[in-house]
Structure formats: structure tokens, C-alpha cells
Design a protein around this ligand. Structure first.
Ligand SMILES: Nc1nc2c(ncn2[C@@H]2O[C@H](COP(=O)(O)OP(=O)(O)OP(=O)(O)O)[C@@H](O)[C@H]2O)c(=O)[nH]1
Ligand SMILES: *[C@@H]1O[C@H](CO)[C@@H](O)[C@H](O)[C@H]1NC(C)=O
Ligand SMILES: *[C@@H]1O[C@H](CO)[C@@H](O)[C@H](O)[C@H]1NC(C)=O
Ligand SMILES: [Mg+2]
Length: 419
């Protein structure tokens, strides 16, 4: 009996020691290593669900799960190596609250274009992006993603803006019900997109950008790399939709621009497209006539879609032009949009042949769309759009595309054998 008692004591002690050491091991693991262990386990189970999930199985694994709350979903081994050869990024300025719209736009552009090229995405925000935003957009992208915080001096109202005058101007615009007239943040956004997006730290390493906004949709396959097409054809700025701006948002923008070029005539390109900005009769037989106070017909390239050369904005001419506008204060005393600012700059600083109309890209940003009018293009590029839909602005009176054709000419890259 004594012998067995001894054995029992030894066994009990042994078990106690084992339990104790397991506890110690657990404590150790509970720090970084344990998190990594969990993460690996989670990724493994995720992969097994992804690759073995068979909805026809009777006892299939449960897909729904609320068992994790950490950001451990992103699989660092996924293949996001860039395939497209251009020095380019896709830029989205966006709020955390617009996540769903951002994902929708990304899904569309990835399916129609980027999944074949895996160009990197650059997300910009005036406040830090949330983990949820970063995780979901990283997983939606086929390429790498980066997230930048805009410095306050490049976003917020600058100190040279007179506070009292600004408040008064904004109140006047609210009274006149000018679109977004009430919004200071919209003005910040327009000034940022006019003068600072191309000099963000994350953007500095690129030469080309494509701008994407939440909730836009691409109706057709691209079928080619637009960055490459721009480079090979010597293009600097590409657009899809062109319409007339609300005059009340930019009463003095054109005159301020003319003042700038009077002071700096060397920047005006000899082959500019001033005629695009001043031609007021798009249709010889149309009843529609723009009734505008000055020479500017209010035509602008809609900037929610843009493909452009970042070095154009970084040029001395553009930087000087932007600073002149910035000092004039119209981003705040009026409500200058980045679209007319980019347009005036592109039309006056560039050769008109450096501007490209991407008429073969189907695109929608509420409330307007572009749907390629050629049946052959629509079918071969798998477009899903109805050219007779009222959103398709193309040659409607409000569109400036016919004026662009008169000035910029109508050229087809396909005819040149480039794309
Ligand atoms: N981070 C951040 N992004 C903003 C803010 N305001 C606007 N944006 C982004 O700037 C771009 C333009 O803003 P929108 O609200 O789409 O302006 P819009 O296209 O003129 O007008 P709608 O699309 O008709 O509302 C979008 O990509 C927005 O997500 C802001 O305060 N913070
Ligand atoms: C991409 O373009 C930027 C800006 O022009 C330049 O600084 C950078 O060196 C380029 N990168 C490559 C890989 O060519
Ligand atoms: C203007 O365009 C013509 C061709 O249309 C070209 O020959 C000329 O070099 C251009 N001028 C400049 C300064 O680029
Ligand atoms: Mg928008």
C-alpha cells in the first residue's frame, strides 16, 4: 500500500507540475506569439473554407462567424504583384463613411480593368482611415493598397482667408441655394484636389494617376492599359464627360485666370485650347445658347474621372497658377471646383493634342454617363449600357463634348493602331 501511496503522490505532483507549466506556456503564448498562432489558425481555417467549401455537401462548415474581432483577415501571401508596366496609381479621396460606395467603385474598376494589371491603389483622407476601411479595400484590390493622411495645411481653410468675409460669402451662397454652397468641407476638398493631391507623400513616387470616386461605375471592359495609351500618344490629361459648370460657383475664376496669364504670358501654350473655353455655340441650329457674364462658356472636364500625368501638375506653370488662385481666395469666397480649375489649366497650359477624350470607356457618376455610341465597341467591350438612356449626356445640349470635337478634333486611337 505504501508503495502505491508514494506513486499516487508522485503522480499528483507530476500532474500539478504539468498543469502549472502548461499555464506558464499559455501565459507566454498569450502575448505576441499567441496572437500570431491565432492568426495563423484563423487564416488556415479561412483557406480551408475558401477552397473546400462545397455548398452541395450536407454537413457543410458554417460560413457565418462572429468569433474573431481582430484585423487578421488580410492574407499577406496573396498575389498582388503589379503586372501593368506603367509608373501609375489609382487614387481615391474618400471618407470612412463611404466604404460601401468605395467598394462598389473598386469592384467595377477591378473587374473591367485593373485585375489584369494590378496597379496599386492610393487612398487619401483628411482623417485616419479605420481598420475596417483598410481591411475591406485591401481585400477588394487586386494590387497593393496604401492609405495616406492629408496634412491639415493642405486640407483646412488657410489662414490668409478672411474669416468674416468667408462666413458672409457662404451665407450668401446658402441663400442663393448654390449647390454645396453651404459646405466648408466641400471647399476644402476642391482646393485639395486642385493643388495638393499630386504632392502627397504616397503619390510623389508616381508619374500617372487615375481618379476614382465612390459609387461610380464602369460600363465596359477597358481592353487596354489607358496609362500606356496616354504615354505612347504623348497625352497629359484624359477625360470622359464634359459639361457646363454652375456659374454661381465660379463668378471670378475665369477673370482671375486671365489676370494670371496677363502677368505670366510665357505659360500660355501656343497650341492651347482657349477656343474650347470660349466657343458658345455647340450646335449651329440649336436653340440652346449659354448666357454667361464673361467670355468663358463654363465648359469643363468632369474631374470625378481623370487619367493624367502628375508631372503636369508638378510643373512650375501649374504650381504658379494654383498659388495665384489660392491667394485670390475663390476656393472659399466663392466655391471654385477642382474640375474647372484642372480644365482651365489643361486647356491653357497644354497643347490641345495632349488632351484625350476617352470616348470608348463606359462610365457613370450620378447623374451623368458615357456609353460608347459604336455598336461594335459596345459589343466587343462587353458594355452594359443603353445609349438612349437620359443619363447619357454625350451630345445633349448640356454637354461640351461637341465643342471639344470642334476644337480638339475627333481622332480615333484605334485607327492609328495604338490600342
Ligand atoms: N476624406 C474626405 N473625402 C471627401 C470629403 N468630401 C468629399 N470627399 C471625396 O471627394 C470626392 C468628391 O466629393 P463628392 O461628394 O463626390 O462631390 P461631387 O462628385 O461633386 O458630388 P456628388 O458625387 O454628387 O456628391 C469623393 O471622392 C468624395 O469621397 C471629405 O470631407 N473628406
Ligand atoms: C515614377 O515617376 C516619378 C515621378 O515622375 C519618379 O520620381 C519616379 O522615379 C518614377 N519611378 C520609376 C520606377 O520610374
Ligand atoms: C503646335 O502644334 C503643331 C502641330 O499642330 C506643331 O508642329 C508645333 O510644334 C506645336 N507647337 C508647340 C510649341 O508645341
Ligand atoms: Mg462624386
Amino acid at each position: 500500500m505504501r508503495f502505491f501511496q508514494k506513486v499516487l503522490v508522485v503522480l499528483t505532483c507530476g500532474i500539478a507540475i504539468i498543469l502549472q507549466s502548461t499555464q506558464m506556456v499559455r501565459d507566454k503564448l498569450s502575448s505576441v506569439a499567441y496572437e500570431q498562432h491565432l492568426r495563423l489558425q484563423y487564416l488556415q481555417s479561412l483557406r480551408s473554407i475558401q477552397y473546400t467549401y462545397d455548398p452541395e455537401q450536407i454537413f457543410r462548415p458554417k460560413l457565418a462567424s462572429n468569433s474573431y474581432s481582430q484585423k487578421i483577415l488580410i492574407d499577406e501571401n496573396r498575389d498582388d504583384v503589379q503586372i501593368g508596366m506603367e509608373n501609375a496609381t489609382i487614387i481615391m479621396l474618400v471618407r470612412n463613411s463611404e466604404l460601401e460606395g468605395a467598394l462598389s467603385a473598386m469592384r467595377s474598376l477591378e473587374d473591367r480593368f485593373n485585375k489584369k494589371y494590378r496597379y496599386p491603389w492610393t487612398f487619401l483622407n483628411d482623417v485616419p482611415f479605420t481598420d475596417e476601411f483598410i481591411e475591406a479595400t485591401t481585400l477588394m484590390a487586386s494590387g497593393t493598397t496604401e492609405y495616406g493622411l492629408i496634412p491639415s495645411e493642405e486640407w483646412d481653410r488657410p489662414p490668409h482667408i478672411d474669416e468674416a468675409k468667408f462666413v458672409q460669402c457662404m451665407a450668401d451662397m446658402v441663400e442663393k441655394e448654390v449647390i454645396y454652397g453651404f459646405s466648408e468641407s466641400y471647399r476644402n476638398m476642391c482646393r485639395f484636389n486642385s493643388g495638393y493631391f499630386f504632392r502627397q507623400q504616397l503619390v510623389n513616387k508616381y508619374e500617372w494617376y487615375m481618379r476614382v470616386e465612390p459609387d461610380v461605375e464602369y460600363y465596359c471592359d477597358f481592353d487596354y492599359d489607358p496609362f500606356k495609351v496616354m504615354r505612347l500618344n504623348g497625352k497629359k490629361y484624359g477625360f470622359i464627360i464634359s459639361i457646363h459648370e454652375y456659374e454661381e460657383t465660379i463668378p471670378t475664376l475665369y477673370d482671375t485666370t486671365m489676370d494670371f496669364f496677363e502677368l505670366n504670358p510665357q505659360y500660355l501654350h501656343p497650341n492651347n485650347s482657349l477656343d474650347f473655353l470660349t466657343d458658345k455655340e455647340p450646335f449651329p441650329n440649336s436653340q440652346v445658347r449659354m448666357d454667361v457674364a464673361n467670355d468663358y462658356n463654363l465648359c469643363h472636364f468632369w474631374s470625378n474621372f481623370e487619367i493624367g500625368n502628375l508631372d503636369f501638375y508638378r510643373s512650375e506653370a501649374y504650381l504658379q497658377y494654383f498659388e495665384y488662385l489660392n491667394q485670390a481666395g475663390g476656393f472659399y469666397y466663392e466655391r471654385w471646383g477642382d474640375a474647372p480649375v484642372h480644365t482651365l489649366a489643361a486647356a491653357l497650359l497644354l497643347d490641345k493634342h495632349e488632351i484625350h477624350y476617352f470616348e470608348d470607356i463606359g462610365y457613370f457618376h450620378n447623374p451623368f454617363a458615357n456609353c460608347p455610341s459604336s455598336t461594335g465597341i459596345r459589343k466587343s467591350k462587353r458594355c452594359i449600357c443603353d445609349c438612349s438612356d437620359e443619363s447619357v449626356i454625350d451630345v445633349l445640349p448640356h454637354s461640351c463634348v461637341p465643342i471639344w470635337w470642334k476644337v480638339g478634333g475627333k481622332t480615333f486611337l484605334k485607327d492609328k493602331g495604338v490600342i
